[in-house]
Ligand binder design. Structure first.
Ligand SMILES: Cc1cc2nc3c(=O)[nH]c(=O)nc-3n(C[C@H](O)[C@H](O)[C@H](O)COP(=O)(O)OP(=O)(O)OC[C@H]3O[C@@H](n4cnc5c(N)ncnc54)[C@H](O)[C@@H]3O)c2cc1C
Length: 387
């Protein structure tokens, strides 16, 4: 009898899991001993890091996505539609009213992004295709004034992204010759940039912001948004900031379809074995942004594509081993790296072991042009390899 693997979500984690499985279980053209079914609701598959370049006009919308249907092939089937129900006990998924039963299940449904405080009335988010396109339109017509880059709530995926957004916007404004007419401010509830990665990294990013003239307001939790104003609670009490252009991160929450299952832990996310990514249900795995992994320092592992990528490789390898009747022997070790776009064609690069104890061991390399080009190369590699 053939084996069926259900992969929930065709984002970063789902695509890598499906392709790695395909290689490892020897699916080849018409000969497919293992059925790999990927479920996805979106027809367009966006490469999220490119949204920041789209925002400042370095990419066009059609350059940052591919059609989800292209993920199919070599034994990978794609079912387009919203997952309506997930039954981890029986490993059954319901899509378009139809039930699919598997022997293994890999959940990579990411986060559900929602807008709070009516922020979409007053600005655009840079976490979606429409939002990033909207910011680009606004920036093109901008004549000077106050720009607010806002982290509206915690947690949010890609801890570097809002900092990159602020620096890319600053670079755009400088090139337009509007620096002396523009004030850019970044507001966040965090105590410092990327706090899980440690003080040195936080200080390095704060220095970068200062050198670029970007005002930084940590420990600022948004309470009210209105036309041209944001109200915050901060350590000093309540305060109001004015803006002419607003770019924000949406609120991130666990997708509803998973919230309704017994997969959810106290954190409100799927709590997995941090090395194997297996859930409380045997042969049901969860990877990427939908998971919650508590670090020794007491904070969760950040939500980032790089971790999702490595987790997907581990899970695909271990499922393939199980199918062959062998012992699964790969583990996710908490290592990860990221690029930090700084504008003007430069980027920083930081990486390390987030499972380091008592604190993650993360180091930053000297920023320069080569890290920006490495990020561009990774974008090309992604589209070439997976589509
Ligand atoms: C602007 C931006 C920049 C970023 N830059 C970086 C970076 O430089 N480096 C880095 O490491 N990370 C980066 N990230 C984060 C990275 O994109 C995510 O961490 C990564 O995509 C997580 O992978 P995932 O598979 O968990 O979720 P996703 O890639 O979000 O995939 C989840 C998929 O599940 C689908 N789905 C959800 N619910 C349902 C349902 N009910 N039915 C069917 N389908 C469903 C979604 O449509 C989606 O396609 C960035 C993110 C953003 C927004």
């Amino acid at each position: 009898m053939s084996t069926t693997i259900l992969v929930l979500g065709a984002g970063t984690g789902g695509i890598i899991t499906a392709r790695e499985l395909c290689k490892k279980v020897c699916n080849d053209g018409e000969i497919n001993p293992v059925r790999i079914i990927v479920f996805e609701k979106e027809k367009k598959n966006v490469f999220a890091p490119s949204l920041l370049w789209l925002m400042v006009g370095k990419r066009k919308p059609e350059q940052v996505y591919r059609n989800t249907s292209k993920v199919a092939g070599n034994g990978v089937e794609v079912v387009l539609g919203e997952i309506e129900k997930v039954n981890p006990q029986e490993k059954i998924v319901t899509v378009n009213g139809k039930e699919y039963k598997g022997d293994y299940m890999v959940i990579s449904l990411g986060v559900e992004q929602v807008t709070e405080h009516d922020l979409d009335k007053y600005g655009y988010d840079f976490y979606t295709l429409n939002g990033a396109t909207g910011i680009n339109e606004q920036l093109k017509n901008f004549k000077g004034g106050r720009i607010a880059v806002l982290i509206s709530s915690l947690p949010f995926k890609c801890p570097a992204a809002p900092y990159e957004a602020a620096m890319l916007i600053e670079s755009f404004i400088r090139k337009k010759g509007l620096s002396n007419k523009t004030e850019i401010s970044l507001y966040t509830p965090e105590p410092a940039p990327m706090p899980v990665a440690g003080k040195d990294l936080g200080n390095a990013v704060t220095t970068m912001l200062r050198e670029k003239g970007i005002n930084y307001f940590p420990q600022h939790q948004l309470t009210v948004a209105a036309e041209n104003t944001l109200t915050f609670i901060s350590t000093g009490g309540s305060n109001v900031a004015e803006f002419d252009l607003l770019a924000y991160t949406p609120k991130h929450q666990c997708p509803k379809v998973i919230k309704e299952t017994a997969l959810i832990g106290k954190s409100g996310w799927i709590e997995v074995d941090r090395n194997t990514m297996e859930t409380n249900f045997q042969d049901v795995y969860a990877i990427g942004d939908i998971t919650f992994i508590s670090l020794k320092m007491g904070k969760p592992l950040p939500k980032a594509g790089v971790f999702t990528h490595y987790q997907a490789e581990v899970v695909a390898h271990n499922i393939a081993k199980k199918i062959e009747g062998k012992i699964p022997d790969k583990t996710f070790d908490g290592k990860g790296q990221c690029f930090l776009e700084m504008g003007s064609g430069k980027a920083g690069y930081a990486g390390g072991n987030f499972y380091g104890s008592p604190l993650p061991l993360v180091k930053m390399k000297t920023p320069g042009y080569k890290w920006h080009w490495a990020k561009v190369l990774f974008e090309k590699y992604w589209f070439f390899k997976y589509f």
